[in-house]
Design a protein around this ligand. Structure first.
Ligand SMILES: [Mg+2]
Length: 317
């Protein structure tokens, strides 16, 4: 596993938190643990063991797109341009209503090549519900029918985005917006003993830029982006190990993510059984996925209004 160096941040945005502070905070969170609810749904365990008091997080690990930042506008623009490049429609203006349909279909997209294929399928008359329910098969049928291959589609998408960023970074950044209240919540967290870290598949430099536009400056070790080239579960694992080695006790991590499959991969890791898992219901996920999260024995469905409130409200349903 690729090792990642994490520096423990502090209430001050750009200072390193001394280990002694962590020890002190450890004691505080132990006390706090008697008054808050367990982030892991242990109360539902088949063994029926007593519900143990559990602390609020020491580290709040946040996905970026679909949790803090809504990049749907950029996503559609990039997808549309790639679609135009591959399929060369008569006009380069997207039909009315297409963007909204694409936004609804967004949760099905796992990798970049699927973006223009969603548009192609929608314009070929595939229904919105069919896409939500059976996307993998539809995507395969579509690329086969059109004789295009995913590698070429991925290159088109990456090339368009890279060119846009290179030619007009400010314009590209302006296609992103933050969900209501999340910047305030992040600011609050930064001034509390809880240490926020962003784990994202976006390049870290763009996350820094977007947050800086909101007046938030994070240190490099607080933004773990695409450049670290490892799955989020591996990043969480490295984070646990490094912080434990530095502070002498394992951190309590709560992880907020909008992709249910990612939460499942974390859940499947034996070393990550104490990580609190939260599905952001305001992000890019489907109604069906939200229902699955609600009935999961470990994952909590989290609303945007809960996200803005105290941690103890996150596990109360
Ligand atoms: Mg996301």
């Amino acid at each position: 596993m690729k090792s990642t160096k994490f520096i423990l941040g502090s209430k001050q945005l750009d200072q390193t938190l001394a280990i002694s502070d962590w020890v002190c905070w450890d004691f505080c969170r132990m006390l706090a643990g008697y008054f808050v609810v367990n982030p892991v749904k242990r109360g539902r365990s088949p063994g029926g063991e007593p519900v143990m008091p559990t602390p609020i997080p020491t580290i709040l690990a946040l996905d970026f797109d679909g949790v803090l930042c809504d990049g749907l506008v950029e996503y559609f623009q990039t997808a549309w341009r790639a679609y135009c490049q591959i399929w060369q429609p008569a006009t380069s203006t997207p039909p009315q209503g297409l963007a909204d349909r694409f936004y609804r279909a967004r949760p099905v997209v796992e990798t970049g090549w699927e973006m223009p294929v969603v548009i192609r399928s929608l314009l070929q008359g595939v229904g919105d519900d069919a896409i939500l329910q059976d996307w993998k098969a539809i995507a395969q049928r579509q690329v086969a029918a059109d004789g295009v291959n995913p590698a070429d589609l991925a290159r088109a998408v990456d090339g368009i985005r890279d060119q846009w960023i290179a030619e007009d970074l400010e314009n590209w950044l302006s296609q992103h917006r933050f969900y209501p209240g999340v910047i305030e919540r992040l600011r609050q967290t930064l001034s509390s003993p809880v240490h926020p870290i962003i784990i994202t598949t976006k390049e870290g430099r763009f996350v820094h830029k977007l947050l800086q536009q909101q007046g938030i400056k994070l240190v490099d070790s607080q933004v773990l982006g695409k450049e670290i080239k490892q799955p989020k579960a591996a990043t969480l694992h490295a984070l646990l190990q490094t912080v434990e080695a530095e502070s002498g006790s394992p951190p309590t991590i709560w992880f907020v993510e909008d992709r249910l499959k990612t939460l499942y991969t974390v859940k499947a890791e034996a070393d990550l059984t104490n990580v609190g898992l939260f599905l952001a219901d305001w992000g890019y996920n489907t109604k069906q996925e939200r229902s699955q999260a609600q009935t999961d024995d470990r994952i909590y469905l989290l609303s945007l209004s809960q996200f803005a409130k105290d941690f103890f409200t996150w596990t109360v349903h």
